[in-house]
Every structure is written in C-alpha cells, then in structure tokens.
Design a protein around this ligand. Structure first.
Ligand code: X2N
Length: 508
C-alpha cells in the first residue's frame, strides 16, 4: 500500500471508530440521574444542524419525545433544555453560584464589546452597570428622545430616496425593510442613547466599523471565537477603533463640560461609581456603549421589521392604528409625544404581539458552575455543562395562546397588567416573574433593561410610518419565514413592502 492509502485508511478508521463508540455509548449507558439525551450520529457536532436550522421545531419535536427537560449536544457543548414557564424559572432564576451567563457568552461578546463590562466582569459589576444605564432611561429622558427619533425618521425619508421617495414626493414605491430599518434603527438609537456627536459619526466611518463588529457577532463566532478569517481580524480592529472613538468623545465632553443631553455617555460620566468606590474608567464607559448599541440594534431592527411585515399583511390593523393616532393625537396629527405613546393601546399591542411571535433571542444560555438538581425529578446536571431557556416556546404554545401562529394584536386588549399564574388564559400572561409564558425580555438578574426604550423607539417608528404611508406586501407574497442563522431571529429576505404616501406632502 502507498503511504497515502495508509493515511486515508487510518483517518477513515478513526472516524468510524469514534462514530461507533459514540453511538454505542449513547445506546448502552443511560444514567437515570440525567435527563434524556437527544440521539446524534456525529461526535461533537451533535444536533447542531437540526437545532441551527429551526430551533423551535427542534424544541417541539424533542418535547414530544422527552417532555420539558432533555439534553442535547451542540458543537462540543452539552445543553439541557428546560421548557415551559417552570423551565424558564429554573434557568433564569437559578442561583448565582450555580449558573453563570458570562461563562456562556463572554467568548462571543468580549471581542465585540471590549474588556471590563457586561460579560467580561463579575456579575456584581454587571448588576451595577445595568443600574447606571437604567438610571439614564427615565421618563424625562424618553420625553426628550421622542422628538429626536421623529426628526431622524423625517431625515431618513427625505435623505434616502432609495427607500421612501426622498424629496421627489414619489407617491408610491417598493422598499426592502431588511435594509432600511436597520439603518433607521442605528440612527435613532445612536442619536438618543449616545448623543449628537456620536450620531454624526454614523454618516461617516462609524457605520462601516459597526458593520465589522456585527459580522463578528454571529453563531459562527460563538462556536469559534477566534477563527482565523478576515471577519475576525476586522472585528478586532473595529472594536479598538470604535472604543477609542468613544473615549475621544468622552474626553471632549469633559473638556467642554457639556453634559446636558439625556444620553447614556453623559449618565455614565456623571454617575458610574461602583458601590465599593471604584469609578468606571473611560475605556469601560466606552465599551459599555458598544454593548448597549449592539444590544439595542439587532433586537429593535428585527422587531420593527417583523411588525411592519405583519402590518403589511393586515390592512385592518394598519388602518385601525391610523384611526387610533387621529383619535388620540388629534385630527391634524401634531408631532408625536412620549405621553401620546402611553395612550395608544393598539400600537403597544402590535409591538407586544410581534414580540410574542418573534422574540429576538430563541435561546438563553447559562454555564453550570456547580452541580444542580432539577426540582421534582431525579436529575442532577453537572458543573461544566450548560442550561438553556427558550422563552419563545410557551409564547407559541396553544396551551397559553389561542391560535398562536396568527398575528392578532387584539388578543392583548382585554388583558393589561393582570397577573395570575394559575390562570393560563391570555388575560393572565403578562408577568414580571419568571413563571410567565410571556417573557420576550427574559427574567431574573439578567432581565433586559431595554424594554421601555424598545417600546419608545419602535412605537415612534411605527406611528410615523402609519401616519405617512399605507403599505402592503408585494402581490402574491406573505410574511417571510424566520432565519435563525444570525444572533437574532430575522425575517428571511427579501422583506419587501409596497408603500403609498397618504397625502403628497409639501414638506421639503
Ligand atoms: C453550521 C443551520 O447555525 O445547521 F447584545 F449589552 C448586549 C444568545 C449568545 C444566544 C449566544 C449556535 C445557533 C449554532 C445556531 C448587551 C438586546 C446582549 C439582549 C449550528 C450549520 C446578547 C449562540 C444562539 C449559539 C444560538 C448573548 C442580546 N437585548 N440585545 N449549526 O446572548 O443579550 C447584548 C446583552 C446570546 C446565543 C447557535 C447554530 C447585553 C447553525 C446550520 C448551521 N446563541 N447559537 N441582547 N448552528 N448551524 C444580548 C444576551 C447576549
């Protein structure tokens, strides 16, 4: 035999033996103190393909076989899924010394956000960072944000003729929302959360740098954080440049002393002193801004895109939103205010319903730090493995939501603020605790702090589109299916709408 034949035979032999060993060990050894295991053929890869293609189908198929708790292999990690409201509570309210989010996420997020913040610090630091950010997101701040968002939307319409007709007063057109709405989202988020100076940078270099950061914030980099490809090098270079730019802005603001805007850079500059007296460094404040913008960007862009698509498919709701604007804001539709947003129940139901069907994150993970028992079972999960919550699963379960795959914002009309965990009707499912079937913002110590901002930003965007345009999906098309291959659940492209201007305005 030639030497290459020996090598090929050896490699094939190793593969065959490892597959056979893997299959046999799954079939022969079942530990009664461990959850059922989803069978897989290929070592290490495990269930990656079926989970990665459609996680909700994967969760549901295996729930039928195993119930609410089971373990699967994902690219070298053993993850135990805990489904349903009890599973959400188990994962999201697990004790700090038993599970850790930073041990599950840091290798993905730290190269993008930078050091010292979010998942690159002890949890007690993150808790205070969230408090600092939350301290900026006051009613007074939101009141200042709404006109700024309205102004950005106007500029976007008039300065981006490719999307909405520009200055031409084009009465109708076709737009790909998956291109337009991420741009509008970054402009509105940066203008409000980070101020005029940072917003101005998005007309120049910042957009490309953030694009480089985005491309390094994917499931690929979750699996191979430092995979030696150009995307990784660009991610690293962009992190440094963006962080340095924030630091320059911080120094410039300190020099001029102008901290008057209600943005998060100013709040952190003023207030970010930890309880133990340590002040956040400029570098940490800068990296915090990257985390906040990355967090706000993908989730909001995805949610507003899904909402616009569903409204395009539902003329009745779209018109009712316009009527609601007229009834609440007045016949001649004066500029929207933060107070108006609180008085638009159908608008808020549209956002709530969009998040029910399309929560941006399908999987929330924690790494197990010390063995944990699952109440009511014999199962003990060992240190080093992972737990996974999927809050989106109960949100499309007919046990909790009638006709769950139908977009029906009015289902929320009867239900405001009623909490009753024993009642599984739709009237009972909005809750702050973790035992709710409706948790698009998670629960527990890692619960989202961006909820109110998201409602303000998305609410303002949807209101202004409803005022200016009517739209439909292109003839013969329907709402796109989900794409699970990026960090948030996006609609598959193209996300086209066909729009008509309500009145040819004389605005220039
Ligand atoms: C190769 C298909 O695709 O078979 F951004 F300040 C900022 C959540 C982290 C989920 C990781 C793995 C999927 C493999 C598919 C901030 C606003 C946040 C919250 C396998 C064949 C980010 C990683 C998901 C692994 C799925 C981290 C976001 N509010 N933003 N095979 O969250 O909050 C932030 C927080 C994570 C994951 C996966 C595959 C604070 C495939 C085909 C392919 N996952 N995933 N945020 N897979 N295939 C955020 C939480 C934080």
């Amino acid at each position: 035999m030639a030497s290459w034949q020996i090598i090929v035979a050896g490699v094939v032999g190793v593969i065959v033996v490892s597959i056979v060993t893997n299959v046999l060990s799954q079939v022969l050894f079942r530990d009664p103190n461990k959850p059922p295991f989803v069978f897989y053929w290929i070592p290490w890869v495990g269930s990656a393909v079926s989970y990665g293609m459609d996680p909700y189908k994967f969760f549901e198929d295996n729930r039928k076989k195993f119930g609410d708790v089971y373990t699967f292999m994902l690219l070298g990690r053993k993850l135990t899924v805990a489904l349903g409201p009890k599973g959400n509570d188990f994962v999201l309210n697990a004790k700090l010394n038993s599970v850790s989010a930073e041990d599950a996420y840091s290798h993905l997020t730290t190269p993008v956000f930078g050091k010292g913040v979010i998942y690159d610090c002890p949890n007690y630091r993150l808790m205070e960072q969230k408090k600092f950010a939350k301290g900026a997101l006051t009613v007074r701040a939101f009141q200042s944000y709404v006109p700024l968002i309205v102004e950005e939307i106007r500029q976007f319409w008039f300065k981006s003729p490719e999307f909405f007709g520009g200055n031409s007063d084009r009465p109708s057109g076709r737009t790909d929302l998956s291109v337009a709405l991420p741009q509008l989202t970054i402009f509105t988020a940066s203008r409000t959360l980070q101020g005029k100076d940072i917003r101005a940078k998005f007309d120049e270099s910042f957009a490309d740098l953030y694009h480089d950061l985005d491309r390094g914030f994917t499931p690929v980099h979750f699996v191979f954080p430092n995979i030696p490809i150009p995307i990784t090098f660009k991610r690293n270079a962009a992190q440094k440049k963006v962080s340095d730019t924030y630091m320059e802005v911080i120094r410039e603001r300190r020099r001029t002393g102008d901290l008057s805007e209600f943005d998060l850079i100013n709040t952190f500059m003023k207030d970010a002193v930890y309880k133990d007296g340590v002040r956040m460094s400029d570098r940490e404040i800068a990296n915090m801004q990257i985390g906040i913008l990355m967090g706000g960007q993908h989730t909001s862009a995805s949610t507003s895109t899904w909402a616009m698509l569903h409204l395009g498919a539902d003329k009745e709701i779209q018109n009712a939103l316009y009527e609601e604007q007229v009834a609440v804001c007045g016949e001649n539709l004066p500029e929207l205010t933060y107070e108006n947003l609180q008085e638009l129940p159908l608008l808020n139901s549209v956002i709530r319903e969009t998040l029910r069907m399309h929560p941006p994150l399908h999987s929330l993970m924690r790494k197990i730090r010390s063995d944990i028992a699952i109440d009511g079972t014999r199962y003990v999960l060992p240190k080093g493995e992972y737990v996974l919550a999927a809050p989106g699963v109960p949100m499309i379960d007919p046990q909790y939501f009638k006709d769950p795959l139908t977009f029906r914002p009015r289902r929320w009309e009867e239900t405001r603020n009623i909490i009753n965990l024993n009642d599984s009707s739709e009237a009972a499912v909005i809750s702050k605790g973790a035992k709710s079937p409706y948790l698009p913002f998670g629960a527990g110590r890692h619960r989202c702090i961006g909820e109110q901002f998201a409602y303000v930003q998305i609410g303002t965007i949807l209101s202004n589109f409803v005022r200016e345009f009517t739209w439909t999906l292109p003839p013969g098309s329907s709402v796109p299916t989900p794409d699970y291959s990026s960090m948030v659940t996006l609609p598959n492209k193209p996300c086209a709408i066909v729009w008509t201007r309500r009145r040819i305005s004389e605005k220039k």
